[in-house]
Design a protein around this ligand. Structure first.
Ligand SMILES: Nc1nc2c(ncn2[C@@H]2O[C@H](COP(=O)(O)OP(=O)(O)O)[C@@H](O)[C@H]2O)c(=O)[nH]1
Ligand SMILES: [Mg+2]
Length: 221
């Protein structure tokens, strides 16, 4: 149906136009914006909690949470000590730039160093929607299988960093960290890969150091 295709193009075009405007604002405000993508339960919110704990004394962080329902995740990150806004998408499977724009009304972005957006949990829909972010981060949960980069390549193609989470579980499951890393790099040879356990804290230093470096680059313009 040509009419439907036209409508979809108009929606995504409008999203891209607004995302470009947001990106210009973020550059002027020198605030780093990260869009975190993963399946439900991969550990996105836990990664945010651990990241906030490690960076909150040095960096001014705010979080935008996207979920179909509830404010549970925003409450978790707020408890970690940063401002958080929850967006409920209803049935929507991804955040859009207009949703981020409305959430930004709750922050003074010029007085922030980092805005982290936790996108709605799935590895399909969020990929094609520009939010004006500097980087898309895919959290790849090891127990979900080391084949996921091959099965959901678009998420990994568009990622600037892949955080392999739950590596503490490797002794108990068939999936292997090295295999997951290799599959991510096979899909996106330029992507930066971190191996972490948000439970034990292993590997998180390298991840937060990457954020620190990106913040410094953003400040330098
Ligand atoms: N074993 C283990 N469990 C984890 C790790 N990170 C998160 N979890 C658990 O995974 C579940 C889902 O985490 P959550 O952060 O809510 O996932 P989200 O839906 O992606 O935001 C929770 O029970 C977490 O405690 C980890 O590194 N290792
Ligand atoms: Mg979550």
């Amino acid at each position: 149906m040509p009419g439907q295709v036209t409508v979809l193009k108009e929606i995504t075009q409008a999203n891209s136009t607004l995302a470009d405007a947001l990106r210009t604002d973020f550059a002027r405000q020198r605030v780093l914006v990260l869009d975190v993508i993963a399946s439900p339960g991969a550990g996105k919110t836990t990664l945010l909690e651990r990241t906030i704990e490690l960076l909150r004394d040095d960096l001014r962080i705010a979080v935008i949470e996207g979920d179909p329902a509830t404010s549970l995740d925003a409450e978790r990150v707020a408890a970690a000590g940063v401002p958080a806004v929850q967006i409920n998408t209803g049935g929507g499977c991804h955040l859009e730039a207009r949703m981020v724009q409305s959430a930004l009304g709750q922050f003074d972005a010029a007085n922030l160093d980092v805005i982290v957006i936790e996108n709605v949990g799935n590895l399909l829909c969020p990929t094609g929607w520009d939010l004006g972010e500097d980087a898309k981060i895919v959290v790849a949960s090891l127990p979900e299988g080391d084949d996921k980069p091959l099965k959901y390549p678009m998420s990994f193609v568009s990622a600037h960093a892949v955080v392999i989470n739950k590596i503490d579980l490797e002794p108990y499951i068939p999936a292997k960290v090295a295999k997951l890393r290799a599959n991510a790099l096979a899909i996106n040879p330029d992507v930066t890969v971190f191996e972490v356990s948000c439970t034990s804290g292993q590997g998180l230093d390298a991840w937060v150091q990457w954020i620190r470096e990106r913040v410094a680059q953003k400040r330098a313009g």
